[in-house]
Write a protein that binds this ligand. Structure first.
Ligand code: ZN
Length: 271
């Protein structure tokens, strides 16, 4: 497992489990590591991979609260862990609840046990809207653009690379378990104005802005299907079946679209 340089001083490690992307940005004074994987063992191998690139101290970022992006914090933290206040709140107040939920969802028993053994360490540097972090000779810009994949997604831009977390998904449908399908399109609109040439999704291969624009179009289509369906009291299954993510991803797309429709209906009902 190793980091590959995808831009000047920006390195990507795609972990085989869940294809999670971890990004390492090196500066003259410190390095920034964005997302920390699911278990102590995974985080140790991530730390070894980072050490082969840089000896600088690591500043961590969590793009959102999900375990595959945050549960390596206890192993990797050397001080600052940047995250949105809602990410910190979910992990601080409901971390043990989420741990049980995620353990039940993981089919691999060994992995489920390792996830259950993690001591949750939430972000300690909170960014509501935006923050800039001086890495020495270069700056990482952290920002939150509204709700989407979760209530507290943040992105990081360094030069012309945008690390988007699960707001952008390549090779699989966007995940709606904790998402806000009626607000996600507007959040992506804000990202589309970012001056970036390379976009690193939370999972899958790096993409360009044209890919983000297509995902925005698909999310917008789903948003309107949900609003129309809710107005007409259409069954959730029928609305989900018309989702653009079903055409692209079959069963997985249908599963995620159904989650989206249910969450969208609940929001329109004021829940
Ligand atoms: Zn996620």
């Amino acid at each position: 497992m190793k980091f590959d340089e995808i831009a000047d001083g920006v390195f990507l490690l795609a972990h085989p489990v869940f294809k999670v992307n971890c990004v390492l940005v090196t500066g003259a004074d410190r390095a920034m590591l964005i997302d920390t994987l699911s278990t102590d063992e995974q985080a140790r191998s991530l730390r070894d991979a980072a050490a082969s690139v840089t000896a600088k101290p690591l500043t961590l970022v969590n793009t959102h609260f999900h375990f595959d992006h945050t549960f390596g914090n206890q192993t990797l933290a050397q001080g600052d862990i940047w995250g949105h206040p809602d990410c910190a709140r979910e992990l601080t107040e409901r971390g043990e609840h989420w741990k049980r939920v995620w353990q039940d969802e993981i089919e691999d028993q060994e992995l489920a046990l390792a996830v259950g053994a993690v001591t949750i360490v939430p972000p300690n540097r909170l960014v509501d809207k935006q923050a800039s972090v001086d890495l020495g000779g270069r700056t990482a810009f952290i920002s939150h653009h509204g709700r989407g994949h979760t209530d507290g997604d943040i992105v990081v831009r360094v030069d012309d690379v945008l690390i988007a977390g699960d707001l952008v998904e390549q090779g699989a449908p966007p995940a709606f378990d904790d998402a806000y399908p009626l607000e996600w399109p507007d959040t992506l609109t804000a990202l589309m104005h970012t001056p970036a040439r390379i976009v690193v999704p939370g999972h899958g291969k790096p993409v360009d802005m044209a890919f983000v624009e297509q995902q925005h179009a698909d999310l917008t289509r789903l948003d309107w299907l949900i609003r129309d369906g809710h107005r007409d009291a259409a069954p959730t299954e029928r609305v989900a079946a018309a989702s653009p993510f079903v055409q692209a991803f079959g069963e997985d797309g249908l599963y995620q679209s159904l989650l989206a429709v249910k969450r969208g209906y609940a929001q329109l009902d004021g829940a």
